[in-house]
Design a protein around this ligand. Sequence first.
Ligand code: MTE
Ligand code: MOS
Length: 811
Amino acid sequence: MSELSRRPDEGVVVGRALPHESAGLHVTGHALYTDDLVATRSDVLHAHPVPAPHAHARVLRLDAAPALAVPGVERVLTAADVPGTNDSGVKHDEPLFPDIVMFHGQAVAWVLGETLEAARLGAAAVVVDYDPLPAVLTLAEAIEAGSYQGGRPTVERGDVERGFAEAAHVFSGVTEMAGQEHFYLETHASLAVVDEAGQVFVQCSTQHPTETQEIVAHVLGLRSHEVTVQCLRMGGGFGGKEMQPHGYAAVAALGAVLTGRPVRLRLTRQQDVTMTGKRHGFHAEWRAGFDAEGRLLALDATLTSDGGWSLDLSEPVLARALCHVDNAYWLPHVRLHGRVAHTHKTSQTAFRGFGGPQGMLVVEDVIGRCAPLIGLDAREVRRRSFYVDGQETPYGQPVRHADRLATAWQQLHDEADVARRLEEVAAFNAAHPHTKRALALTPVKFGISFNFTAFNQGGALVHVYKDGSVLVNHGGTEMGQGLHTKMLQVAATALGVPLELVRLAPTRTDKVPNTSATAASAGADLNGGAVKDACEQILRRLAEVDAGRGLPWRDLVQAAYFARVQLWAAGFYRTEGLHWDSTAMRGHPFKYFAYGVCAAEVEVDGFTGAHRTRRVDIVHDVGDSLSPLVDLGQVEGGFVQGAGWLTLEDLRWDTSAGPQRGRLATQAASTYKLPSFSEMPGDFRVSLLQHAHEDGAVYGSKAVGEPPVMLAFAVREALRSAAAAFAPDGGAGTSVDLASPATPEAVFWAVEDARSGDPDRARLVRGGTGVVPDQPGPEEPALHPRSEQVQRDLLGREPGSDGSRSAPVEA
Ligand code: MTE
Ligand code: MOS
């Protein structure tokens, strides 16, 4: 056991099932969020955007004068006001005040008013002349036009052509999946003030205070030490506040500098959904070979992500996608190309899983569609393809603890009573022609650490006061995930003091500098390592003071103070053993893998495609949990968010040629369906994998934030099987192409396809034994013939005018 992972013999506060440190404040409404601070300030100005009504256009003229005539309008911010760099991105491709509009709803200027209403009226009065330009909206259009941005990495291992030649079965197809809106309860918010010395202080709902600080500084032409960013807590981030807050913070800070007054910027829900980046939708074209036993043998795929108008985090998201196409499966021969499409949409960004879910969906879709054509249950194909110890990922990292996959898989079969329930499902289906059930199991293997090695560092500042009380600062932010709860437990454990003696202060860049984003699920690993380090430095000094006397904590602290011994320490942690070559796409980017397995049972109504999730069982690996209740909440929440992405949430842009082209049609909860209580599994059972100590992380724990999202694939695969059960053959040999998201509408079409027994429906082409299709097929996806018909007949619009899904093409 490593020093880092070993728990002390006594006073162990980690591992206790404690409520979230702010749970009481959350549920009573007393927890303060950034925008609540406005009420504590006087003289605050409110910022409102001037949104562009085009997806792509040149700004010909911008006249702010009419806005200044509106009562209560204080100032209009434009590019001319920027003292530093007019850019809000780290890639320098995101003008803060653009002269070319790149997506519908982009702000071309901001108005500051005495009230939000004055600012809104002022924004409406600003006169802007545009010269509209052609806009690329869908992935199909981008691929057709060759509209890409950033690098085009390839992950490769073995010899795919040889793999296909040796394969018993070869199939090809196209898989598409939609993006996802973060829909954090708290929208983007910043409050900026400038003090008498010109020091800029921005309170911001950000997962990455350091980067917000840097962007604010470069927009203002200041140095980092002149800007401080504080994040009190977030009402959810989910990756949406990893890079997206910077520009809004910069607008607020610019306003504060120019007016000398506090400036508040909080997006309304509609503005937030319209203006901020989302999960990337992906298009994947693939060819897959299986051996005679049904194991994956070769996979060749090109993944194209929809990056939106700027690069943002699209390249690292793509890298993580490529590093997760394997999911839990050994792919002897594999070649994965990746590219980022450039489209006139919001700049798609980090979202829980960070490309991992999109990459994994590809292989799960491949298995789900091909297994029936091989004549095997998809569950069996999955199990047979599992990694075993000693094997490496396609990018060359050994898969440590691969046996946990088989262990969790077996445990779940037992706990969820899978064999008996499969019989029940079969009996139910035989008795019900119009309603079908299915039970599916899927695994998760998710790499923990930032691919980019340098980000894997954390810092902390721990103060012990003379009275023995302890104040902890660390570089991580709290967004509801329970990081602060875990850090309190780590500090109490490391110092060997009761939890009540420890408090946490809000995250600030002047306390802990140069922090990484709280992201990649690594918050507890990195900051926990740093908090532990700081505490241990203090303990070592105290041990000298104590000199074996065994003084009680308070007396010891007093004695140390009088002996002039430093009672505080800055802690630091960096994850050892990582390396990553982003050009070759090879290395050892992850400290370890988090594993999980999910079994989901669904029921589908054959008339409407409406579906519900009857029962979900999960076994998930969090190592030795730092905080079991927090981890349980993360597993449940992650699963539900994943199920929302895969089965409910449906982003629709106007892709018509009309004047609203590029406008996001789903801008509110009324048109964008989020999971709520009614979509929770009727029976939801989560257990944490036991005996799962992780040697490479703080107190033997594992990260938990993102991996559970991908447990939800079980729901999608169960829906596929339930749709197949409507086929004349009862489903066993029926390959179902299920759109993602598998909304009731999508499931309805899948059921129709399965029912029809139409040979046209299974658009996967079966290569006979050893036969490889010549070409993977044309790049441009064809429209589903039925949805074409429906769009014409029922909706009165031309096919392709509204994000309708594509069908795989014949090889
Ligand atoms: N849980 C809640 N309640 N709210 C959030 O915003 N974000 C997720 C996950 N769990 C999130 C959450 C994402 S995207 C990540 S990367 C991790 O939490 C970040 O926190 P951690 O590194 O402390 O796990
Ligand atoms: Mo999470 S998507 O890494 O913020």
